[in-house]
Design a protein around this ligand. Structure first.
Ligand code: AMP
Length: 220
């Protein structure tokens, strides 16, 4: 039996289901789910100084500058609740951010256990994102045909994420290809990358991830 594994990155294009799977993994293994997208949206919603600095980037689907993100993540992963493990969702998104993370982890004397890379075809991503809504009451992600439907969890009103309109989706995908996809090679070279087929249902993908987790345990 290998050692306890507990620090992961979930990597993939927007819309591949990173957030959904990361939440599940966090509750399954007792890790903290760190979504930089959620942190930024919260800051924007609160109207904090950080929120004001990042809102135009997030709205347009552009990346928030690396120095700001590095600071944000270094403050977050060094918090006490991360000691039992964490899963990073949406960070790193550039090679510079990956290097920032390496430094922070080195400083804490901790290591990354793996990078779960979820792959889905572009057409499927666009199809999924155009049906993705957020519940204004409970914050669940709801798959629906339009905003007239209600949240199946709590009956709340659903709205589209402002950066999920078709044009911004296409822009986010192109930003992903240029800036984030090089991370696949970065982590592959470090023998950290675990590829997961992101097609099928949420449950099917989760089972594939658990299978990979078992493999990782055997390796360490
Ligand atoms: P997400 O919810 O992960 O799709 O993130 C939503 C938006 O937040 C992205 O389109 C970016 O504008 C911003 N964002 C989130 N994480 C990062 C990051 N690591 N680096 C730069 N921008 C980010």
């Amino acid at each position: 039996m290998g050692k306890l594994i507990k620090r992961f990155i979930i990597l993939g294009a927007p819309g591949v289901g990173k957030g959904t799977q990361a939440k599940r993994l966090a509750s399954h293994f007792g890790w903290v789910h760190i979504s930089t997208g959620d942190m930024l949206r919260e800051a924007i919603h609160e109207g904090s100084e950080l929120g004001e600095r990042v809102s135009s980037f997030v709205e347009k689907g552009d990346l928030v500058p690396d120095d700001l993100m590095g600071e944000l993540i270094s403050q977050r992963v060094t918090r006490a609740d991360c000691r039992n493990g964490f899963i990073l969702d949406g960070f790193p998104r550039t090679i510079t951010q990956a290097e920032q993370l390496d430094l922070v982890m080195e400083g804490q004397d901790i290591i990354l256990d793996g990078v779960l890379f979820i792959e889905v075809e572009d057409d499927e991503i666009i199809r999924r994102l155009s049906r993705r809504f957020l519940c204004g009451e409970c914050g669940s992600i709801v798959i629906a045909d339009n905003e007239n439907q209600h949240c199946p969890e709590c009956g709340g009103t659903i709205t589209r994420r402002p950066d999920d309109d078709p044009e911004t989706i296409r822009h986010r995908l192109s930003v992903y290809r240029r800036k984030t996809e090089p991370l696949v090679e970065y982590y592959r070279q470090q023998d950290m990358l675990f590829e997961i087929d992101g097609s099928g249902s949420v449950d099917e993908i989760f089972q594939r991830i658990l299978y990979v987790m078992d493999e990782i345990k055997e390796r360490v």
